[in-house]
Design a protein around this ligand. Structure first.
Ligand SMILES: Cc1cc2nc3c(=O)[nH]c(=O)nc-3n(C[C@H](O)[C@H](O)[C@H](O)COP(=O)(O)OP(=O)(O)OC[C@H]3O[C@@H](n4cnc5c(N)ncnc54)[C@H](O)[C@@H]3O)c2cc1C
Length: 429
């Protein structure tokens, strides 16, 4: 098993792998998948006194949780509160909005408890508007979140220029509860907290099958079989072994990330005087943040997947240099990629695959905060035997999935044109 080549894996110490289960082991709840969702759920179940084991095919944080950019964003990528209510109805809509909104504070609280220090910065998150129309839409979004009591505000174009050194934006939404984190350190921290609370963690333990047993479930692993009363599949876009029924119901999306060598203090003061991470509103989204050592982190998606791993990092770097007016010799220090899970309706997918076997995928690109709060809500439901925190859906395999996974690249291609058109009308000073 190779270690992912991320900035986070290169700079964060990992403990030795926890061993697999002994044949014949039993537990009340088995969680499959050692990302934020599985770990958050395991932690909360263990805190409630439930016996819980988490099985991870490779290492904690091997999946999207250890490869993401670490933007802590307690929002959806596009949906407004009103849109969520109209799609889910008033009650379920309110529950989902609550889960989304709680995510930022919950992440930073857990990060503090796990001792992350400078690797977690709750400095707020910015969403700059690249067009006048987006500025209008975001201002309406700000009012909606404010009505729900969230610490969200609208910044003028001049404010945004002062916070980024960029003059293309028509203003920005700012959420004070967001920020940035070293996601691998966070996943490892959640694992420590979960273990201290009583969770038994097994790494390098792929679950090959989950089979109905007389009073629960039998999980097959290379180390032997394990018996569990209830099971949570927290395997994101994976289709490995037991993960298959959930993984086939989402589209895997490859996302590329880069990190530069540390920037000098003058550049940092110009592009991020308050250290806020930002993700703008373009279809070809421009994202930037610093890490604790002032490396700049940015990302992107490929129009043409073939050869993207060697081509795209330089493209992302050149874009960051041009947008933020960095020195032309800014060095590329790390480049990596990961797989995000996209659901067909861009909402989380919760499914009771069979009674006592739950599958959940939470992300759509904004998963750090949301999977943390969803994990807690799932733990409460599994502990009390109550209903799921959001309406359950059927995990339907996506038809023509190998072709359908290229749909986001088509959206991106179309968006490049509309992005360019919008940027021809910068804000008036
Ligand atoms: C490159 C990239 C950048 C991103 N940037 C951001 C960002 O800045 N902010 C943000 O909010 N979100 C971001 N996201 C999304 C976010 O990372 C995810 O939503 C989140 O990490 C999902 O967590 P998870 O626990 O559901 O899944 P994962 O972290 O993917 O965990 C699933 C785990 O299940 C394990 N597994 C699979 N099958 C089996 C099996 N059969 N047996 C045992 N284990 C199994 C896998 O090995 C894996 O470790 C990004 C995603 C990517 C890929």
């Amino acid at each position: 098993m190779t270690t992912p080549r991320t900035l986070w894996h290169a700079t964060t110490a990992q403990p030795a792998p926890r061993p697999g289960p002994k044949a014949g082991a039993t537990t009340d709840v088995a969680i499959i998948g050692g990302g934020f969702l599985g770990l958050s759920c395991a932690l909360q179940l263990a805190l409630a006194g439930v016996s819980v084991r988490l099985l991870e095919a490779r290492r904690i944080g091997w999946g999207a949780s250890g490869r993401n950019a670490g933007f802590v964003v307690p929002h959806f990528s596009r949906a407004d509160p009103a849109m969520i209510r109209s799609r889910l109805g008033a009650d379920a809509g309110a529950r989902l909005l609550d889960l989304v909104a709680q995510g930022g504070d919950m992440v930073f609280d857990l990060a503090r408890r796990a001792g992350l220090g400078a690797q977690a910065e709750q400095v707020g998150w910015l969403q700059p508007a690249h067009s006048a129309a987006m500025a209008q839409a975001l201002q309406a979004r700000v009012r909606e979140w404010q009505a729900l009591g969230r610490p969200v505000e609208w910044l003028s174009a001049a404010d945004m220029a002062a916070r980024s050194g960029m003059s293309i934006y028509h203003g920005a939404m700012r959420d004070a509860s967001g920020g940035m984190i070293n996601p691998l350190a966070y996943a490892l921290g959640l694992a420590r907290l979960a273990e201290n609370a009583g969770t038994v963690l097994h790494e390098e333990t792929p679950v090959t099958a989950v089979e109905r047993a007389r009073d629960g479930w039998t999980l097959r692993t290379p180390a032997g079989a394990l018996h569990a009363g209830r099971v949570l599949l927290a395997t994101n876009a994976e289709t490995l072994g037991a993960a298959r029924p959930l993984g086939r119901a989402v589209l895997p999306l490859t996302v590329h990330q880069i990190a530069t060598a540390p920037l000098d203090a003058e550049t940092v003061a110009r592009i991020a005087p308050h250290r806020e991470p930002a993700s703008d509103t373009r279809t070809n989204i421009f994202t930037w943040r610093l890490d604790a050592e002032n490396r700049l982190i940015s990302g992107g998606m490929a129009l043409m997947p073939i050869g993207a791993g060697s081509r795209l990092p330089q493209k992302i770097l050149q874009r960051a240099i041009a947008e933020l007016r960095l020195s032309a010799d800014t060095a590329l220090a790390h480049a990596w990629q990961g797989t995000a899970a996209m659901t067909t309706d861009a909402l989380p997918l919760l499914s009771e695959l069979q009674p006592g076997l739950i599958g959940a995928v939470g992300c759509n690109g904004r998963g750090v905060a949301f999977t943390t709060s969803l994990g807690r809500a799932l733990a409460q439901a599994m502990d009390s035997g109550g209903s799921l925190p959001l309406p359950a859906k059927t995990a339907m395999p996506i038809p023509f999935r190998p072709f359908a996974r290229h749909a986001p690249a088509l959206v991106l291609a179309k968006g490049l044109w509309s992005d360019a058109r919008a940027l021809r009308h910068p804000p008036t000073p």
